[in-house]
Design a protein around this ligand. Structure first.
Ligand code: NAD
Length: 251
């Protein structure tokens, strides 16, 4: 992947930061997009001279345009777009105000749409790829996730739309659906009760790590995945496939 350029959104911490470091280790230059100035400054410094921090909000159309025009003028190419920036807000349907709903959709869905659309001209030049980060909450419904789960299910469908429309340009689009990972995002909404319940429901009996999610993202960015497009792959310890996972049916 040397000489290639990737953009990772939400790169200042968590899964985005792990992905940045892994793509760098594979030889890529990584544009780290995030809207958290302090975190971005701190982590970009530890990522060295193949990391380029860009303080931008992916939910703002004008800022998204700037991201891709800056990439074009600075690097003249783009090989991979990792749409990772996300926010979580859990609450019952009746207590999810339109404002809370829109805040989740603005980053989780609008951000993916906007960044992907703005990246297409550059990705056409390189037959590049898009990797969108959804969630197991987009694959299986759950209480409290009316906005988050719906935004992630939409990202899964958006991935398929991108794959079928952009395939003729050699652009691949895939989606990763992570299970729970102990990041700031997850820990803000996972109580101890939720953590215990996840351990119980996940066949591998544990949370995943940022690195385990990054490994799948990097694979989908690589030439090893050259015939893979339109797919959503869960990295979730088996949670999605566990079907009727009720305790009374366990051996
Ligand atoms: N951690 C989990 O358990 C989990 C599970 C499933 C899916 N995911 C998804 O993985 C992705 C990464 O999550 P994480 O757990 O690493 O979260 P995180 O909170 O640790 O990191 C998310 C980063 O995105 C940035 N960000 C948020 N909104 C942004 C915006 N509008 N513009 C630019 N940057 C923005 C934040 O500042 C932060 O640095 C998200 O899409 C999340 O929904 C996480």
């Amino acid at each position: 992947m040397s000489n290639q350029v990737a953009v990772v959104t939400g790169a200042a911490r968590g899964i985005g930061l792990a992905t940045t470091k892994l793509l760098q280790a594979k030889g890529m230059t990584v544009v780290m997009v995030d809207r958290d100035a302090d975190a971005l400054t701190e982590t970009a410094a530890e990522c060295g001279d193949t990391a380029f921090p860009l303080l931008r909000d992916v939910s703002a159309p004008d800022e998204v345009e700037q991201i891709f025009s800056e990439i074009q003028s600075r690097f003249g190419r783009l090989d991979c777009l990792v749409n990772n920036a996300g926010v979580a807000d859990f609450g019952p349907i009746e207590q999810t105000s339109f404002e809370r709903w829109r805040t989740v959709m603005a980053t989780n869905l609008d951000g993916v749409f906007l960044c992907s659309q703005a990246a297409i001209p550059a990705l056409k030049e390189t037959s590049g790829c898009i990797v969108n980060i959804a969630s197991i909450s987009g694959l299986r419904a759950s209480t409290l996730r009316v906005a988050y789960g719906t935004s992630k299910a939409a990202v899964i469908q958006l991935t398929q739309q991108q794959a079928i429309e952009l395939g003729e340009f050699g652009i691949r689009a895939n989606c990763v659906a992570p299970g729970p990972v102990r990041t700031k995002l997850a820990m803000a909404v996972h109580t101890q009760e939720i953590i215990d319940a996840y351990h119980d429901a996940i066949p591998l009996n544990r949370y995943g790590s940022e690195q385990e999610i990054a490994n799948l993202i990097a694979f989908l960015c690589s030439k090893e995945a050259s015939y893979v497009t339109g797919q959503t792959i869960a990295a979730d310890g088996g949670f999605e496939c566990s079907g009727v996972g009720i305790p009374a049916l366990r051996t």
